[in-house]
Design a protein around this ligand. Structure first.
Ligand SMILES: C[S@@+](CC[C@H](N)C(=O)[O-])C[C@H]1O[C@@H](n2cnc3c(N)ncnc32)[C@H](O)[C@@H]1O
Length: 157
């Protein structure tokens, strides 16, 4: 299985980029992983929130292959402990899934079309974080999940 993380908009924060890169590199020892950044929509000032979400949604959906499973990172999604999340990843691998696509929405979240196409929603907290911070949190949790599956000493209860 491959995991693709789709995210909207580039971040200029060098410290954040460095940390994301570090976990991304660690993760690559366990699974094929790709972070794909969808460029920011141009002239967003002329768009309503709904129009921006719809345009971002079209770009997200255009990136999907037929066999992909689309799972959204969403503060209203399902909550997992890190161990439960590692089991979730194991189940996806056991199911013979070719590619799991995790998506981080833009500043206003997802369009209805993206919600309709998705097969699940994962929340990393009841709180809402910026779409940039979530990139770091999910790569760290993915890394943590794989170290749990491999019984490696990173996660402590
Ligand atoms: C600023 S948030 C968008 C908030 C927007 N009000 C909404 O309803 O989704 C930007 C993106 O970050 C991600 N995000 C923020 N907080 C999250 C959380 N607690 N769990 C999972 N994803 C989160 C989601 O992908 C969200 O679309």
């Amino acid at each position: 299985m491959k995991i693709k993380l789709l995210a909207i908009g580039k971040t200029d924060n060098k410290n954040l980029i460095k940390l994301i890169d570090e976990y991304q590199n660690r993760l690559k020892h366990y699974i094929k992983f790709e972070l794909e950044i969808i460029p920011d929509i141009k002239n967003v000032k002329n768009l309503s929130e709904i129009q921006q979400k719809e345009k971002e949604g079209e770009l997200i959906l255009s990136k999907l292959q037929n066999t992909d499973q689309l799972v959204l990172l969403d503060d209203k999604g399902k909550h997992f402990t890190s161990i439960e999340f590692s089991n979730y990843l194991q189940k996806k691998m056991n199911a013979g899934l070719k590619q799991l696509v995790l998506v981080i929405g833009g500043p206003y979240g997802f369009s209805d079309a993206v919600y309709q196409k998705s097969t699940g929603k994962i929340s990393l907290s009841k709180m809402t974080f910026s779409h940039q911070m979530i990139r770091l949190f999910i790569v760290e949790q993915l890394y943590r999940g794989f170290t749990i599956l491999k019984n490696e000493p990173y996660h402590h209860e």
